[in-house]
Design a protein around this ligand. Structure first.
Ligand SMILES: [Zn+2]
Length: 127
């Protein structure tokens, strides 16, 4: 990695809205209607297609299936969701997105964490 690539990555990371960071952290929230389009093909016979839409960021997953098995799939993303080509190459560790996301959702010190999380935090504090 070169420094210019790292700078480009950090600059891009700082432009990402909360919903993009959440999707990069915990993956997309696929939803929408379960609508299937049918088509007869010479190779497979009947195939069905559908489009899933992420309720958070608007990314779309296009799938074509035969007898329920996905045989083709592609994704499309909102503009600025994908990393610029000149930024740090390769797969990015989700920790960077998670850390940035935590800046959008600061801990409310008045609100107690849910019991399971409280127990985990207590155990860590004791170490
Ligand atoms: Zn998403």
């Amino acid at each position: 990695m070169t420094k210019a690539e790292d700078v480009a990555f950090k600059e891009w990371l700082e432009t990402l809205p909360e919903e993009f960071l959440a999707c990069r952290d915990v993956r997309h929230a696929w939803g929408g209607e379960n609508r299937f389009w049918s088509l007869q093909t010479s190779k497979y016979g009947l195939v069905r297609g559908r489009v899933l839409v992420c309720a958070r960021c608007g990314a779309m997953k296009h799938q074509v299936m035969h007898q329920g098995i996905i045989i083709k799939s592609s994704m499309s993303y909102p503009s600025d969701y994908t990393k610029p080509a000149h930024a740090t190459p390769g797969r990015v560790n989700s920790a960077e997105f998670r850390e940035r996301l935590s800046l959008f959702t600061p801990i409310d010190s008045k609100a107690a964490p849910l019991p399971a999380l409280a127990k985990m935090l207590e155990r860590l504090k004791a170490k």
